[in-house]
Design a binder for this molecule. Sequence first.
Ligand code: GLA
Length: 375
Amino acid sequence: MGMQSTGVILLSMMMMAGTQGAMAAVSVTKSDFGKLKDGQSAELYTLKDADLEVKITNYGARIVAIGCKDQNGKMGDVALGYNSVSGYENEADKKTYFGAVVGRYGNRIRNGKFSIDGHQYTVPANNNGNALHGGPHGFDEKLWIAKQLPDGVEFTLVSPDGDQGFPGKLTAHVRYTLVGDALHINYSATTDKPTVVNLTNHTYFNLSGDGQGDILGEELQLNADQYTPVDKGLIPVGGPKPVAGTPFDFRKMTPIGQRINDKNEQLQIAGGYDHNWVLNGGAGQMKVAAKLYDPKSGRELTVSTTEPGVQFYSGNFLDGSYAGKAGAKYQKHAGLCLETQHYPDSPNQSQFPTTELKAGQTMHSETIFAFSTKK
Ligand code: GLA
């Protein structure tokens, strides 16, 4: 091997080491996040590198804040939430699930009923006659056990057999790590009896900044040729349908507000977007699910996932009841969620990718939120 090629190899090894070194420069610190009504203390973990500053509490394993740069290099917080744990706990009647890990079954199950291997189960119907987001006291309300990592934090929750009506003792892990400009979320779960699992993260994004008006001017692209139309209870009916020719076609970057008030039955049922898109690429494969771009700040979010679907929820139920971190009341469309997940009501719709988890199996899932800017 000549001197020159040795030099090139050495240089590229140094560059790789340099890149890894830069990526490894993550700091993780722990602070107090206030007390719950029962006197228990909540913790706040701050993950920081050159590009991102992400705050996560063990109460609901929630993302509290995501600091990232705009097109001028100015940091801003692009996630909705509260300054202390009491804000989250005080949302009694109108839960927003801000930033939460939703489980054990994110989204809806028709009538709260399903069966596994001939056993019928009934879970609380806490949303218009259907089960929503793991029941009235789901994973979003639990204090998870946290373990600090060199580049992030891992949360563990043991949900006992029969928790919110669901069968099987479920042990769930959610690991948040920073890799450069991206926040990785790794989910895993095991059970001691057959059960159903659908874990997602319910962060509301506003790329202009928390408390900076609504998201209707932000542009969205969804990597999906089909979505699942719903009935009045927001349960999919009739299977996946093409997005082509509908206000649900986000295959090209489109401002969210452009068609949100169209005379369209599906939009009227949900008061905006609150539907599952069937991602091109399928379950288990890492692919881009969504891109969100804010022309005002130049910020862009790219969501990638191994999940088969994404629930795009345009914050339709926010109604000014609660004021957030920045002091502003969260009005309708103050933020939007891109909930990577299995399709709603999968336990009752055998043509959908399964959400069943058997004893001895491990459920794995990964979602990546990457932040960049463009002018
Ligand atoms: C999900 C649901 C919505 C709503 C929100 C929380 O996105 O699909 O209908 O319940 O959670 O308010």
